[in-house]
Design a protein around this ligand. Structure first.
Ligand SMILES: NC(=O)c1ccc[n+]([C@@H]2O[C@H](COP(=O)([O-])OP(=O)(O)OC[C@H]3O[C@@H](n4cnc5c(N)ncnc54)[C@H](O)[C@@H]3O)[C@@H](O)[C@H]2O)c1
Length: 388
């Protein structure tokens, strides 16, 4: 018998993220055994009854709803998990906060900073625990990078560079909008690769290297018109297909970021590199269990890039998994986020990144889009006191 407190989850959506999160709720207590809470899959919600029934059956949700407002109002739901497209985050989060629910919201927090501001206010005035699923912080190799940076092993930081490269929208025949392709419809996604991909790079970057102070961006929409799946007509494409930007961090370091869905051959190539006076780190999602670390303090005879296989028991999160040398994958980052979330909830601590943290990333993304339009440097409004 479990002596853990039940945490009754209301899931909204049945797509990609709803599956990664459901998997995390199911598995978390098996691998992280000291947590005070046990997620209970109470209800799943989407508009199409047959679809959400099939999802609920597959993952073991006890009930379904077809209207998210009903789910949010249910007394037997403790936490609402928002796994819908970006244009739904704001209304669901505000209603959930008013109903006193714990909220776990997918990224990006919102369509824009004004929505984000209202969401932050709503969770703060309701006093409800909240978090945003910037899951790459919970890749063991990225968490190890954070330890290395925080220990000062890189010394003064000069450079940060980061990419997120995909190639799935190159064909002009690909439609926009509707199921599966809402990411290409600006009225649903808010932006293109900036909110979808660069938001991840920016969240990780500010977590590792502090706030971004100003940005100078180029944005491009390579395919200007696509058939909309819902209207059947050719309509203008209003998202950014590709965005490249330079940035200055408040710690004086310089950065280059790039995201695109037109990098033929790359499916999900997220890379990051930091260069400091005493060392450098490099990571890429295609070899996510490795962290490359160069330590200039090594004896010159053996100095070189260490390829750390981040699978040992004393590496972040890895003591909960198999035996040293055996790697874990993408889905585990969500299990780690749930584990950290349940642990923090038990301790009454904030679960980072919170809505307020994610709003800082939202501000940077908005500055990037503004700079792309104006062709000038834009201040993000963040100063050195900001932490995410
Ligand atoms: N953390 C990450 O790495 C990551 C990865 C992918 C997506 N995301 C984010 O997760 C969110 C969802 O993306 P996805 O890839 O899972 O999308 P998806 O298209 O696979 O799923 C979206 C789901 O939302 C549901 N939905 C849409 N409108 C609804 C409504 N009115 N009421 C109830 N349900 C509704 C759809 O039925 C679908 O199940 C987005 O905000 C996206 O940016 C984050």
């Amino acid at each position: 018998m479990s002596n853990k407190k039940p945490l009754k989850i209301g899931m909204i959506g049945y797509g990609f993220m709803a599956r990664t999160h459901s998997n995390a709720y199911v598995k978390v207590n098996r691998f992280f055994q000291d947590l005070p809470y046990q997620p209970v899959l109470k209800a799943a919600c989407a508009r199409k009854k047959e679809k959400i029934e099939a999802f609920a059956d597959a993952w073991g949700y006890e009930s379904i709803e077809t209207d998210w407002r009903k789910l949010v109002e249910r007394d037997d739901i403790d936490a609402v998990d928002i796994c819908t497209p970006n244009n739904m985050h704001h209304d669901i989060a505000i209603a959930a906060a008013k109903a006193g629910k714990i909220i776990l919201c997918e990224k990006p927090l919102a369509m824009n900073t004004s929505e984000g501001e209202e969401m932050v206010k709503a969770v703060e005035s309701a006093g409800v625990p909240n978090t945003v699923w910037y899951n790459y912080r919970r890749v063991p190799a990225v968490a190890l990078a954070k330890e290395i940076v925080d220990e000062g092993r890189l010394g003064k930081i000069f450079h940060y560079r980061s990419n997120f490269l995909q190639d799935f929208t190159i064909s002009e025949d690909l439609p926009q909008g509707g199921a599966g392709l809402w990411r290409l419809d600006a009225s649903v996604a808010g932006s293109g690769v900036t909110g979808d991909l660069l938001a991840h790079n920016v969240d990780t970057a500010m977590w590792l290297n502090g706030p971004i102070e100003s940005v100078s961006a180029m944005t491009e929409t390579f395919v200007k018109e696509r058939v909309h799946q819902e209207t059947g007509k050719k309509e203008p494409v209003k998202i950014d297909d590709a965005t490249t930007f330079m940035a200055r961090f408040t710690n004086g370091s310089l950065a280059v970021f790039e995201a695109t869905r037109y990098a033929r051959g790359h499916k999900a190539m997220y890379t990051l590199e930091m260069n400091g006076e005493d060392g450098s780190i490099h990571w890429n999602l295609e070899e996510m269990e490795r962290l490359d670390f160069f330590d200039h303090k090594d004896d010159s005879k053996v100095r070189g890039w260490h390829k750390i296989h981040v699978t040992d028991g004393d590496h972040p999160y890895m003591g909960h998994w198999w035996v040293p040398g055996l790697q874990i994958g993408y889905e585990h980052t969500f299990i780690h986020q749930v584990a950290d979330f349940l642990d923090a909830l038990g301790k009454g601590k904030a679960i980072r990144p919170t809505f307020a943290d994610a709003q800082q990333t939202q501000k940077v993304c908005e500055a990037v889009l503004e700079s792309g339009k104006k062709g000038t440097w834009v201040k993000t409004g963040l100063d050195a006191s900001v932490t995410v």
